[in-house]
Design a protein around this ligand. Structure first.
Ligand SMILES: Nc1ncnc2c1ncn2[C@@H]1O[C@H](COP(=O)(O)OP(=O)(O)OP(=O)(O)O)[C@@H](O)[C@H]1O
Ligand SMILES: [Mg+2]
Length: 359
């Protein structure tokens, strides 16, 4: 006998059994449950509190997770503690089904405020999945840091966050004075949905929740300070050129984007679409990067495509087993083997990127 499918009322009732310490009401009744998603055996939502209260609500999040895990038929739970920016007006509390959430998507999303103490925000994008965008983001960040820059990595791929694995970081970030402390590794400051929700759980988010989660990670992380600002924040975007990506890039204050492509024609067509998407939202494409270049997939395609699009070509990176192995082992190859050929090629790309970004 298969268990009865989960129903939302049951989930809300379970959440109401957990008290909001401030109002004394149940969590749902107190309006703290945002963007509830119930998909199959998975439940996810954001517990929305003010930045000042975020630390105090960590035990409440844990209690909510425990209450949901105790429900029959629930196998995965992700409760993300998000801190609403203080200056924003209080939002109407609505509990959205995924469909309603899609319909409620703002018609013309307003770009969010810039993250504090961050000089440049750089997106690493691709039209197509699996072209090595995250590998390039991690190693490009390391190569920029090797130039003496202060660099952060924001893993905005909330559907399949890979930075915790690629950069070897685990554990929920700490809240200190209402801001999240990024993880530090390989000289980089790192924030990822995979750290907030657990790598497997992050899949439950739908479009609007995804962009809200990214906005929170962008603006509520202590990337830099007044005296030591972050020079570059490298944002690893989810693959694709659909509505979700459009919403994300509209809502993220990006200074520029680099597009990663493999040399093949199909990937180049997707790179073209990605460029069109950035043009639509007036984010400059700083250039194209060819990844997995060499005898297997060919080479030169991205350079030719960059010329056709009239954007700079930023360099090519070889197909190299060491790059994959280092990523699997939680270390960018650029840091693991700083004198190797791959690091040298990333240094060339990083020099051009730093130049166009003006850092
Ligand atoms: N230049 C390269 N040489 C060898 N392996 C590579 C190279 N670039 C990426 N890879 C490997 O290819 C796989 C996909 O790379 P990665 O996860 O970086 O791609 P992605 O574009 O971010 O994928 P997704 O679309 O899933 O986010 C990984 O196993 C990675 O280690
Ligand atoms: Mg990726």
């Amino acid at each position: 006998m298969s268990p009865r499918p989960l129903d939302r009322d049951q989930v809300l009732a379970a959440l109401d059994a957990v008290r909001d310490p401030k109002s004394g009401q149940g969590l749902a009744a107190a309006g703290l449950v945002q963007g509830l998603v119930v998909v199959g055996d998975r439940v996810g939502f954001a517990l929305e509190v003010s930045p000042r209260e975020a630390a105090a609500y960590a035990p409440v999040r844990d209690a909510a997770e425990a209450a949901l895990k105790a429900l029959p038929g629930v196998t995965r739970v992700s409760v993300v503690l998000t801190a609403e920016a203080v200056q924003k007006p209080a939002r109407r509390t609505v509990i959205l089904s995924p469909q309603a959430a899609e319909q409620n998507r703002p018609k013309a999303p307003v770009p969010t405020d810039r993250p504090a103490h961050v000089r440049r925000v750089l997106a690493v994008a691709s039209g197509k999945g699996g072209v090595g965008k995250s590998t390039v983001a991690a190693n490009l960040a390391a190569a920029l840091a090797a130039r003496g820059l202060s660099v952060g990595v924001l893993d905005a791929d909330v559907y399949g966050p890979s930075m915790p694995t690629m950069l070897g970081v685990t554990g929920k970030p700490e809240f200190v004075d209402g801001a999240m402390e990024p993880h530090l590794a390989h000289g980089l400051k790192i924030m990822s949905m995979g750290l907030l929700a657990g790598a497997d759980d992050a899949m439950v988010w739908r479009g609007p929740m995804a962009s809200q989660a990214i906005t929170q990670m962008l603006t509520q992380t202590r990337w830099g300070t007044e005296t030591q600002p972050l020079d570059v924040l490298v944002v690893d975007l989810p693959p694709g050129t659909g509505d979700v990506q459009l919403t994300l890039i509209q809502k993220t204050p990006l200074d520029g984007a680099v597009i990663v492509s493999t040399p093949q024609e199909v990937a180049l067509a997707d790179a073209r679409r990605a460029h069109t998407l950035f043009q639509k939202v007036k984010v400059p494409t700083l250039g194209l990067i060819e990844n997995m270049s060499g005898p297997v997939f060919g080479s030169g395609g991205a350079k030719a495509e960059a010329e056709r699009l009239g954007v700079p070509f930023l360099g090519d990176l070889p197909l190299d087993a060491g790059l994959r192995e280092a990523g699997d082992a939680g270390r960018p190859l650029v840091s693991a083997d700083p004198d190797g050929e791959v690091a040298r090629r990333f240094a060339v790309v990083a020099a051009r990127v730093a130049d166009v970004l003006g850092v």
